[in-house]
Design a binder for this molecule. Structure first.
Ligand SMILES: *Cc1c(COP(=O)(O)O)cnc(C)c1O
Length: 413
């Protein structure tokens, strides 16, 4: 093996995580209040409060707190499906026989609910300006499948996609838009919050997100009727009757009032977390200015990310040779070059956690037979080969980040 161990490894004393929960104390007070008042349930003041505060913050009329972002996305998909195609027969998915355009470069949770409802995802490639769904490729997808009426997009790593252009394509083709803002709470596009553009929106409060409840999610919409439906479906679809009366399939998707207490405490710190994450992104950018890499890009004129994860993209000429199978990777280290796996291994030796980019859905075995539409070249596959997420924990000290920056530099020596 090629030897890069010319510098001694100065291992960090405590592990620097990719993005771990950052608690402030208020969380515990609201959790305790739930306990003291015995609202240890899926009802209570914490839930009411966060639904109100988050819908106000994002600029959407209605919010329903749910058990996870994935549950919120399922509710989005089910609502859109019913609106477009009518109620499904019991035991059948509401999207049976229908295609849905979906972000290709994202976490599988964005679009798995399409499959829960028996629909078929058509994957649409990312663009290289923001790493989100490409409006040009989306238009191409509609040329191929003009009958499609539903689009699901995610804002990756806290960077808003080209949402106005995406919306224009959706409107042109009379399609509903589901916006997965799980990673982008607090990020704005032309001054408007992500999560306020879609017909149906999902947020997540999973442990690694910019603010967290340990778990949890939220459904957002401007339609009162749809918000009511989600409230009903997510609480087992009980009808207003003296007994358990059911007209619809039910789910147990509501958020606990204890979890809502954690989120209520975190909400006061969203702006602070964003500022810390931004400082981390900027320090990486400065630290890597002499390396053949770029930081994850955004449209500086139009948008303001929440900087949830700092990511790095290795220049094409500086990528060492790598061989990827479905589950393994091997690479050949080379002077002046590196690859995501080498950097991740090195970070690991320094006691810091990074991660590969989301692997595009069209490369995932479970979705390999689904169609994939791209513009000129497969941008998502290229980003996956050359890109990675850096340790982005907002509790990381400047010293720790300096060690991480040195570790990355070492990979290119
Ligand atoms: C985290 C995440 C989800 C899922 O949220 P959970 O609360 O973990 O279910 C969905 N989409 C994206 C893009 C995410 O990052």
């Amino acid at each position: 093996m090629f030897d890069r161990s010319r510098h001694k490894i100065e291992k960090l004393n405590s592990k620097v995580w990719l993005s771990s929960p950052t608690m402030h104390g208020e969380e515990l007070l609201y959790m305790e209040k739930a306990y003291q008042t015995n609202w240890m349930s899926t009802l209570g003041e914490n839930i009411n409060e966060i639904e109100k505060r988050i819908s106000d913050k994002v600029g959407v009329k209605h919010a329903v707190a749910l058990s996870s972002g994935t549950a919120a996305l399922h509710m989005c998909v089910k609502l859109a499906g019913e609106k477009l195609y009518g109620k499904a027969k019991t035991g059948h998915g509401v999207l049976e026989g229908h295609k849905v355009m979906c972000s290709d470069l994202t976490f599988a949770a964005t679009l798995n609910p399409v499959a829960y409802e028996n629909g078929e995802c058509v994957f649409v490639d990312a663009e290289s300006d923001t790493w989100n769904i490409d409006p040009v490729a989306l238009e191409k997808a509609f040329e191929k499948y003009p009958e499609v009426r539903l689009v699901i997009i995610a804002h990756l790593y806290g960077t808003p996609g080209k949402i106005k252009e995406i919306k224009a394509v959706c409107e042109k083709h009379n399609a509903l838009l589901i916006e997965d803002a799980a990673e982008s709470l607090g990020a704005t596009y032309e001054g408007q919050d992500t999560g306020s553009f879609g017909d149906y929106v999902a947020l997540s409060f999973n442990g690694n997100k910019i603010i967290t409840g340990s778990s949890g999610g939220m459904f957002l919409t401007n339609s009162e009727e749809d918000a009511k439906k989600v409230r009903k479906w997510s609480t087992q679809s009980r009808e207003a009757a003296p007994w358990y009366q059911h007209e619809d399939m039910g789910y147990n998707y509501r958020m606990s009032n204890v979890i809502a207490g954690v989120i209520r405490g975190q909400l006061n710190h969203l702006d602070e977390h964003i500022a810390q994450k931004r400082a981390i992104w900027e320090r990486y950018k400065e630290g890597f200015k002499d390396l053949p890499v770029k930081m994850n890009p955004w449209d500086e004129k139009k948008s303001c990310p929440n900087f949830w994860l700092s990511c790095l993209l290795i220049d094409k000429e500086a990528l060492c040779k790598q061989e990827m199978t479905d589950k393994e990777i091997s690479f050949v280290p080379e002077i002046g070059k590196s690859c995501p796996s080498e950097i991740l291994n090195t970070l690991g030796e320094f006691n810091a956690e990074g991660r590969h980019m989301w692997k595009p859905m069209h490369l995932q075995p479970m979705y390999r037979i689904n169609d994939f539409i791209y513009n000129k070249e497969d941008v998502g596959a290229d980003l996956f080969k050359r890109g990675m997420c850096l340790p982005s924990d907002n509790k990381m000290t400047e010293y720790e980040q300096d060690v991480i920056i040195d570790a990355v530099k070492k990979c290119f020596e």
